[in-house]
Design a protein around this ligand. Structure first.
Ligand SMILES: Nc1ncnc2c1ncn2[C@@H]1O[C@H](COP(=O)(O)OP(=O)(O)OP(=O)(O)O)[C@@H](O)[C@H]1O
Ligand SMILES: [Mg+2]
Length: 410
């Protein structure tokens, strides 16, 4: 079951001298610019409702000033809402006493900042262990733990350096190690990778994905970069002028942008690089599970009149693609012969997790939709040239034999 970890309801935040006095305008939908011009109040957030699930990477995206930082600062109550509620594991954070809030910040959530936020006069290892120092953990334990995390982020040997002696990417790794070192279940990452150059940034993204596969934290990641959002996010929320304009899984955002604003974001995304096979595959048209050639042929004909191929599956899972023609020829010899992988074509299978980009050559090269087979050897679906062409934005290819234009193949 999917467990809700953070639940935001009716959250609005207005900055200014007397926010309550402008809430009617906020609810009436008056624009942020108008409210600022006539009252001097800045609308940070307007009526946000969302839930963040345990164990997911939830990305918050939007242009500068759209309210991203304001939103996540409500999660650990660095900011108090003007209206609305923030619940973390069923606890209303506004109800926490000062003491409880302190515990909550130390143990429940840790934050990775855009500009690293390291303490310049402490060594790398002291920086990483800092959260544990505050928690009152003894020196040996915290040093051992901090050392482990430094090693995990690839910085073994840098323990006694000072932050200024490290490159930006290394400092960001220290920031990440520090956040992970507290064992907090929730990581808040506010543009944590934005200051890094593209190559290091991409490495950090890989590292975060890898870590997450092991740690299963709940990560709330802010970015204004859609490619980063698509790469990291299990779900993505898009903010504009303090409002939530769309929330969904990456494919959803890419394929069904809710507004022109979202569309403008997704317009230049390379879909082949952003979508996985799983998101565009179709269910297999024909599964052949029969024991003999004759039964297999019957099974294929039954599945549809003009079905010319099927995917042969036995107790060991997916075996290969069989063509009707091959089966017919084999049946002429003896239809009672057992089915075996010898009648199968040599057609590559692809993984549901592959990016479309990675499977383009095979998919375009093969006459039949490629079998999508998971790591357990089970057939999950099929991917045809048509599906690929449709999703990559070409509608001229409308059957599997259509010529696929060069621009897709290249
Ligand atoms: N302390 C504050 N006082 C007044 N207005 C504020 C304050 N903090 C944020 N705002 C306003 O709230 C809005 C949202 O700001 P926020 O910092 O959340 O944006 P952001 O999406 O994080 O932007 P960026 O990508 O530039 O970090 C802005 O219009 C900003 O002016
Ligand atoms: Mg911000």
């Amino acid at each position: 079951m999917v467990e809700t970890l953070i639940k935001i309801e009716g959250l609005s935040k207005v900055f200014g001298d007397s926010p309550e006095t402008v809430m009617d305008r906020v609810h009436a939908g008056e624009s942020k610019d108008d409210i600022l011009a006539s009252t001097g109040h800045a609308v940070g957030l307007r009526d946000i409702n969302l839930t963040i699930r345990k164990g997911e990477i939830f990305v918050i995206m939007g242009l500068s000033g759209s309210g991203k930082s304001t939103l996540i600062r409500h999660f650990n109550r660095l900011i108090d809402p003007t209206e609305g509620t923030i619940e973390v594991e069923g606890t209303d954070v506004m109800e926490l006493s000062a003491k409880q809030l302190e515990q909550f910040r130390r143990h429940k959530m840790s934050m990775v900042f855009q500009r690293f936020g390291l303490m310049p006069h402490r060594t790398v290892i002291e920086n990483v262990a800092y959260g544990l120092t505050v928690q009152g953990v003894d020196k040996d334990t915290r040093t051992a733990k901090a050392k482990d995390w430094l090693e995990t982020v690839g910085l073994a040997g840098y323990e006694d350096q000072y932050p200024a002696q490290l490159s930006g990417g290394q400092q960001q790794r220290v920031g990440l190690a520090r956040a992970l070192c507290t064992d907090a279940e929730i990581l808040l990452m506010d543009e944590a990778f934005s200051a890094l150059d593209p190559l290091i940034r991409s490495e950090m993204q890989d590292q975060l994905i890898e870590l997450q596969e092991r740690l299963h934290k709940t990560i709330i990641f802010i970015t204004h970069d859609l490619d980063e959002a698509l790469r990291l996010g299990d779900r993505i929320a898009i903010l504009k002028d303090g409002e939530l304009v769309q929330e969904g899984v990456p494919e959803d955002i890419l394929l069904n942008p809710a507004t022109d604003y979202v569309e403008a974001f997704v317009k230049d995304v390379n879909r082949a690089r952003a979508l996985t096979v799983e998101t565009v595959m179709k269910p297999p048209a024909c599964r052949i599970t029969a024991a003999t050639i004759g039964e297999a042929l019957e099974q294929m004909k039954k599945s549809s009149v003009d079905q010319e191929y099927g995917y042969y599956i036995n107790d060991d899972g997916y075996q290969g693609v069989v063509l009707q023609e091959t089966l017919e020829n084999a049946a002429k010899e003896d239809a009672s012969n057992a089915m075996c992988e010898k009648v199968c074509e040599d057609i590559p299978s692809i993984s549901p997790d592959s990016l479309l980009e990675e499977v383009l050559p095979e998919t375009l090269d093969t006459e039949y939709p490629l079998p999508v087979v998971d790591e357990d050897g089970e057939l999950q679906g099929q991917l045809s040239r048509t599906s690929l062409a449709e999703v990559l934005g070409d509608s001229s290819a409308n059957d599997d034999d259509a010529n696929v234009p060069n621009k897709i193949a290249s």
